[in-house]
Design a protein around this ligand. Structure first.
Ligand code: HEM
Length: 179
């Protein structure tokens, strides 16, 4: 039963990661270059609004699965790895890797929040105004584009590092060594 639960939650964790990471690569390497070929500005910005919203739903669902499954994995770690309760969490590599992984997760979520709630909407608003033929501040749009690209790259880089840390946790002969 416990092994079955473990398999289920590791699967859920990985499914969530796939839903979180996959769309990031898709947006950067499929959507961005393809969208440049849409010559009508209104169509392009409408497609951008729709695709980024759906990206939010898929990625958000991914994050939810990651957190639910991750909570199970960390609440059962001692039993799974057979670590006695008198061994402190931070006496093992496991504790340090997990703690740093969670700190990186917080940093990543802050970057995503700035992107989703501030930079992204402002960028789309300006693009819509431009597509509607209104005068816009081109320098501001260029600044938002740069910021948005920087945030995307940082988010993806941190995600990849968090994945390495997750895999290190699951390799017991490495992670359960004393520090
Ligand atoms: C609340 C957030 C999270 C918690 C509590 C959590 C917890 C854990 C734990 C405890 C493990 C190791 C299980 C073991 O002992 O074998 C693990 C594995 C893993 N985590 Fe997370 N994690 C979280 C978020 C993430 C995120 C955001 C990513 C990457 C996007 C990630 C990627 C991984 C990977 C790739 C593994 C290895 C899975 C395997 O093959 O066993 N985790 N996670």
């Amino acid at each position: 039963m416990e092994t079955g639960l473990r398999i289920f939650f590791v699967w859920m964790h990985i499914l969530g990661i796939a839903l979180w990471v996959g769309p990031q690569f898709f947006l950067a390497f499929a959507w961005v270059p393809t969208s440049r070929r849409i010559t009508d500005a209104r169509t392009r910005v409408a497609a951008m609004r729709s695709i980024t919203r759906r990206f939010g739903y898929i990625g958000g669902a991914g994050l939810l699965l990651i957190v639910v499954a991750g909570t199970y994995l960390i609440s059962t770690w001692r039993d799974y790895w057979g670590i006695p309760s008198d061994v402190g969490f931070l006496e093992l590599r496991y504790g340090w890797i997990f703690t740093i992984k969670m700190l990186l997760l917080v940093v990543m979520l802050l970057l995503v929040a700035v992107h989703v709630f501030s930079i992204g909407p402002r960028q789309i608003e300006l693009l819509e105004a431009q597509a509607g033929g209104r005068e816009i501040d081109e320098a501001e749009l260029a600044r938002l584009r740069r910021l948005s690209m920087t945030l995307s790259i940082l988010t993806l880089a941190i995600t990849l590092v968090i994945m390495v840390m997750g895999v290190s946790l699951s390799i017991g002969e490495y992670s359960t060594r004393e520090i």
